[in-house]
Design a protein around this ligand. Structure first.
Ligand code: A2P
Length: 346
């Protein structure tokens, strides 16, 4: 059986570490695993399958002999090294936003649009975390009842902004619990923006910087990526993205308008109960619904609180929760590689 040599670029980051953890029991026959990060991390040791792997600095020469390169070190690093990786013969699966909206680059969630992988040119984009968990639920709904409109409000975990943001949440929480009023904020809502606000005991209606029309880039990502993955440029999608002081697991309140009349909440539940990658968790009488704390560390997307809009026959509310570092990032990337092998594209 063919074995594949893998590289993780950004191996010391929040997503990179999760990738290494999930690769422990991947279906990919792993020949070797190379861990790449910045010069600062060179020499660091990370355990994998009973061995200590040494982190190396990422350079253009890092990809010789690599079959699959999983990138998660920020868009600038992808842009610096993806060509070198592809020229060395590797297929790049990129977890940044660098190529997601590039027409030549498939943007893939394996449960939703695996066929898009057929046109790959050694580069596949992994969608934004909040988009992935939403489309996993939207696709089976669209197939069963048609879909006209999606309105989403997110409650996004701090780990989506990286390890430094998680440290910031810990420090601020400790300071506030110790009675300090003036806690410092340097990362959130967006490291590159002018102002920063504490996330501890707070809710911040800004993820990433502002783009056009008062929407943030995260909101545009959800809008544009959803249309691309679903192959539905006509789908009406709008989003409000919010950071909450949760470590792992994005929660989303999603409102959908289906095309068909006469759809019931129960028929929606039935469709989602049988959908790949979804765990239906919807039993209000027993207070059973998806929670970020329960979804953390899990591969599935959890869906519950399904109910019909009392004012609109075709409108439904859903509560969708998934671990942003797992299905939202590392697991989806690894699933793409597994799918490509299954489809004999690798
Ligand atoms: P390093 O730890 O050496 O800085 P996160 O988003 O969780 O903070 O992770 C960012 C990841 O991107 C880390 O693994 C980080 O490595 C990596 N990274 C940052 N700058 C570079 C660079 N110039 N070359 C390669 N990897 C980088």
């Amino acid at each position: 059986m063919k074995k594949y040599n893998l590289a993780v670029v950004g191996a010391t980051g929040a997503v990179g570490q999760k990738m290494i953890q999930l690769l422990e029991d991947t279906a990919i026959p792993v020949g070797s695993l190379k861990l790449l990060a910045s010069k600062r991390s060179a020499g660091k040791k990370i355990p994998f399958r009973g061995h200590e792997l040494v982190v190396e600095e990422t350079t253009a020469d890092s990809f010789s002999g690599i079959d699959i390169a999983l990138f998660s070190a920020g868009g600038a690093i992808t842009k610096s090294f993806e060509q070198a990786a592809r020229q060395s013969g590797a297929v790049v699966i990129d977890n940044t936003s660098a190529f997601r909206m590039d027409e030549q680059t498939p943007l893939v969630v394996p449960e939703v649009n695996p066929d898009a992988l057929h046109t790959h040119q050694q580069l596949i984009a992994n969608p934004n975390c909040s988009t992935i968990q939403m489309v996993v639920a939207l696709k089976p709904i669209e197939e069963a009842f048609g879909l006209d409109r999606v309105i989403v409000s997110t409650y996004q975990a701090v780990s989506g902004a990286g390890l430094e943001a998680l440290d910031e949440l810990d420090q601020q929480s400790e300071q506030m619990l110790n009675g300090e009023d003036a806690v410092e904020a340097a990362i959130l809502p967006a490291a590159s923006d002018k102002k920063h606000y504490p996330i501890a005991f707070n809710v911040i209606p800004q993820i990433d910087v502002f783009g056009e029309d008062g929407y943030t880039l995260e909101e545009w990502k959800m809008i544009n990526e959803t249309k691309k993955i679903m192959g539905r440029p006509d789908l009406k999608v709008s989003a409000t993205c919010v950071r909450v002081p949760v470590k792992y697991g994005h929660s989303e309140s999603v409102y959908v308008e289906v095309k068909e009349d006469g759809v019931t909440a129960e028929s929606l539940r039935e469709v989602l109960r049988n959908a790949p990658g979804i765990t239906l968790q919807d039993d209000p009488t027993n207070q059973d619904y998806p929670l970020a704390l329960h979804a953390a560390g899990q591969k599935d997307t959890f869906v519950g609180r399904i109910r019909k809009d009392p004012n609109d026959e075709r409108g439904f509310h859903l509560w969708i929760v998934s671990d942003n570092l797992v299905k939202g990032a590392a697991w989806n990337s690894i699933q793409i590689a597994e799918k490509m092998i299954e489809m004999k594209l690798l």
